[in-house]
Design a protein around this ligand. Structure first.
Ligand SMILES: C[S@@+](CC[C@H](N)C(=O)[O-])C[C@H]1O[C@@H](n2cnc3c(N)ncnc32)[C@H](O)[C@@H]1O
Length: 377
């Protein structure tokens, strides 16, 4: 199963084996089966061992994937142009970035904003201790302007919340439709290895899939496999509760509900990244690979409305970047810069897969450049 993938170092393998053991213990305690949502939570977030809580190199050539800010500074400049008019409507300009990766996006945004105004306060909420260290070193020149939070603030604040490629990492519940009902898919040991296995009917999942079908206006077909992010609504609600006034900009790969749960997309959207190889096996080297699933942007919009926020814009990354002032201002990009730009903008690359949704509360003006696709949500 693992022969086509580069072999991890002995040290990395040691961490993965420790996490593997931890997952097996939990499966044992649970009678031999755990749901995929719990598996994903352990694989990504188990303290000290999970992909995001452990110390593996995630970004760049030695890591597993690259994100938009790592490909081109244009992404951060375009986001800065987007954020500036939102910040100007607030008493004290403040940005809260969730999951800041290497700190590149924060650096690009701060640099862009500093050209026209005093840099805003920039808070980062980062789960990974390793990434937090990298961000601190990357952003040291901004001194007290940047600070790291251990959790969301207790008191509501006014500000702009940014999350690029974070929602895809929130655990999902996988399911299969059978006999007109949704059954959870999870993990069991088969011949000593982790393998997909169906679990007993779960009322929370059944109810969520019924609601999903009601909103789609059709029943998902027999044998249809997909996933649903049961924790998404609570996540948006929690963020919304601390944002007294301001906006939330979520960027990620995703679809609107009708496309996500289209009968043709009957194997779900789970996507793993290990050493720049994208594949669909979440059981490979637990803790050493990224596991994500596409974002249902209609669910994000519903959750926002339920949390008393407004959906102020929804567009594709292609539209957002092509219509950005930052692109118009770009003078003679180098060949390398052009390559990065192509990957970000071209519809066949990241351009159409990645979307931006802008949620806001209490702002006079909040919109995204480019075509407005809110009617598709
Ligand atoms: C794919 S990376 C994206 C990093 C960065 N935003 C970028 O665009 O380069 C995901 C980031 O989100 C963080 N993260 C993962 N799950 C998170 C969660 N539940 N809450 C906050 N941050 C999270 C990771 O540690 C990492 O910094």
């Amino acid at each position: 199963m693992t022969t086509d993938f580069p072999q991890p170092t002995d040290e990395a393998l040691g961490f993965s084996r420790a996490l593997d053991k931890r997952i097996r213990e939990e499966m044992d305690d649970a009678g031999g089966w755990i749901g995929f949502e719990r598996y994903m939570e352990l694989a990504l977030y188990e303290p000290g061992l999970g992909y995001y809580s452990g110390g593996s190199t995630k970004f760049g050539p030695a890591g597993d994937f690259v994100t938009a800010p790592e490909l081109s500074g244009l992404f951060g400049s375009a986001l800065a142009d987007q954020v500036a008019p939102l910040l100007s409507q607030l008493e004290k300009p403040l940005i809260l970035e969730l999951g800041a990766g290497t700190g590149t996006l924060a650096a690009d945004i701060l640099e862009s904003l500093s050209k026209t105004q005093a840099p805003p306060q920039y808070w980062i909420l980062e789960l990974s201790a390793d990434l937090r260290r990298r961000q601190q070193s990357r952003l040291s020149s901004y001194g007290d302007n940047v600070c790291w939070l251990d959790r969301l603030p207790d008191q509501p604040f006014e500000g702009v919340i940014l999350a690029n490629e974070v929602v895809d990492a929130l655990p999902v519940s996988c399911f299969i439709k059978r006999a007109n009902a949704a059954f959870p898919l999870g993990v069991r040991l088969v011949d000593g290895d982790f393998a997909w296995a169906e679990g007993d009917s779960d009322p929370r999942l059944s109810e969520a899939v019924e609601l999903l079908e009601a909103s789609l206006g059709y029943t998902l077909p027999e044998g249809f496999r997909s996933e649903i992010r049961l924790g998404l609504s609570a996540w948006i609600q929690t963020l919304s509760a601390v944002m007294a006034r301001g906006a939330m900009l979520i960027v990620d790969y995703g679809l609107v509900r009708r496309e996500y749960y289209h009968a043709d997309r009957n194997q779900g959207t789970l996507l793993c990244h290990y050493k720049h190889l994208a594949h669909a096996n979440p059981f490979l080297y637990p803790g050493l690979q990224d596991i994500g699933a596409w974002v249902d942007f209609s669910a994000v919009a519903d959750a926002a409305v339920g949390a008393d926020a407004e959906v102020s814009g929804f567009t594709t990354q292609t539209q957002f970047l092509l219509e950005s002032e930052a692109l118009r201002q770009l003078s003679m990009p180098s060949l390398g810069q052009l390559q990065g730009l192509k990957t970000l903008v071209l519809p066949g690359e990241m351009g159409e897969r990645f979307k931006l949704i802008l949620l806001s509360r209490g702002l006079r003006e909040a919109e995204l450049p480019g075509r407005d696709f809110r009617d598709r949500l």
